[in-house]
Design a protein around this ligand. Structure first.
Ligand code: GUN
Length: 294
């Protein structure tokens, strides 16, 4: 049976310019920090800790520091060797917790095998939890009382709002159930009255469920897993995955194939990445304001 021509017409897909949106939000934060400093206060400060010498992690950490300095925020970097023990790392976190000049703490993941990410997350003072990985912080998100929220999920919500994607009543499908993306984005979408389906590696008929999504969030780290026929025409598709394949960064979504079907798609470069860093700055600034009551 032939379908009406209007239904077949390719959809004009908006492609997120994550760098441009990030720049505009960072500009607002730079202004805020400028005002605090003009009033005689010190700028907020983020401490970034990296254990080991994974080149990708090193480059992320550099990017975070550059982003701090571009908005007038201070940052301190602690580069530790791969051989660092869990006790040594916890001792450093204790020092950063006690240092009144540090407002936000981020311990870059992944950590060396000998260190438990859960133990590290639990050691960070919840008042300085810029990465929002402490169980108290996640518990507050669950309770609906969170102030500091995981950076990538916050970035995704900002993108949906910027592109005026309706959330209330929408069916949102999230693929991936990590503590850092899948679980918190599911809660944020549900708090905005979306109906959320959480999918994962054992989900049956994943493609069929994805096809029902008005908002589809892919956070699995499996390159090009989401195919064109998994996407409902007019859906907003948020691709969080970034995997290096043959020297190229590839997302979880088959970007070229989904263009022309989705209403909004995020690319793997200049997509959600710059938004994640922007929300790290936002959390650090907020932690500073809450601690200093300014
Ligand atoms: N490694 C990759 N992404 C992240 C992140 O958002 N936070 C931390 N701590 N490590 C990461």
């Amino acid at each position: 049976m032939s379908r009406p021509a209007a239904e077949d017409a390719p959809i004009e897909t908006q492609v997120l310019d994550g760098l441009a949106l990030a720049k505009s939000l960072r500009g607002e934060m730079a202004e805020e920090i400028g005002k605090l400093v003009a009033a005689g206060l010190r700028p907020p400060c983020l401490a970034v800790v990296l254990a080991g010498d994974d080149p990708a992690s090193r480059s992320y950490v550099k990017g975070k520091q550059r982003a701090c300095s571009a908005i007038g925020m201070d940052s301190v970097e602690h580069l530790l060797p791969e051989s660092t023990t869990q006790d040594e790392l916890l001792e450093l976190i204790d020092q950063l917790n006690a240092n009144d000049g540090v407002d936000g703490i981020l311990v870059q993941l992944p950590l060396p095998d000998a260190i438990s990410a859960a133990a590290v997350a639990e050691r960070v003072d919840p008042a300085k939890d810029a990465d929002a990985l402490h169980p108290l912080t996640s518990g507050r998100l669950l309770a609906g009382t969170a102030k500091l929220v995981s950076c990538t999920p916050l970035g995704i919500m900002a993108v949906l709002d910027h592109h005026e994607i309706p959330i209330e009543g929408a069916h949102a499908v999230v693929i991936g159930r990590s503590n850092i993306v899948g679980k918190p984005i599911s809660l944020l979408l549900q708090q905005r009255n979306a109906t959320v389906t959480m999918c994962h590696s054992r989900t049956r008929d994943l493609a069929g469920i994805c096809r029902q999504a008005d908002i589809l969030v892919a956070a699995t780290g499996r390159p090009c897993m989401v195919k064109a026929d998994w996407v409902k025409p007019g859906a907003a598709v948020i691709d969080v995955g970034v995997t290096e394949v043959d020297g190229k960064l590839v997302g979880d979504v088959d970007f070229e194939a989904v263009k022309g079907i989705a209403r909004l798609i995020t690319p793997s470069r200049r997509g959600i990445g710059p938004m994640t860093i922007t929300m790290l700055l936002r959390n650090t600034l907020l932690a500073y304001r809450l601690r200093k009551r300014v």
